[in-house]
Design a protein around this ligand. Structure first.
Ligand SMILES: [Zn+2]
Length: 56
């Protein structure tokens, strides 16, 4: 399995971008871009859903 290990922009924990995933492809093209780990992605998604829900 090929992967890059990078630091999450939010929790600052190292995580792996595995070959074949969308993030891996993006990282290959734009290495200066900051990425977030799956846990943070999920948290942010939940938060934004909550935020949208609160506004209704
Ligand atoms: Zn994270």
């Amino acid at each position: 399995m090929i992967y890059y290990e990078i630091i999450c922009r939010y929790c600052r924990q190292p995580f792996k971008l595995e070959e074949g995933t969308t993030k891996y492809m993006r990282y290959k093209q734009r290495r200066h871009e900051k990425f977030s780990c799956d846990d943070c992605d999920r948290r942010i998604e939940d938060d934004s859903r909550k935020y949208l829900f609160d506004r209704e």
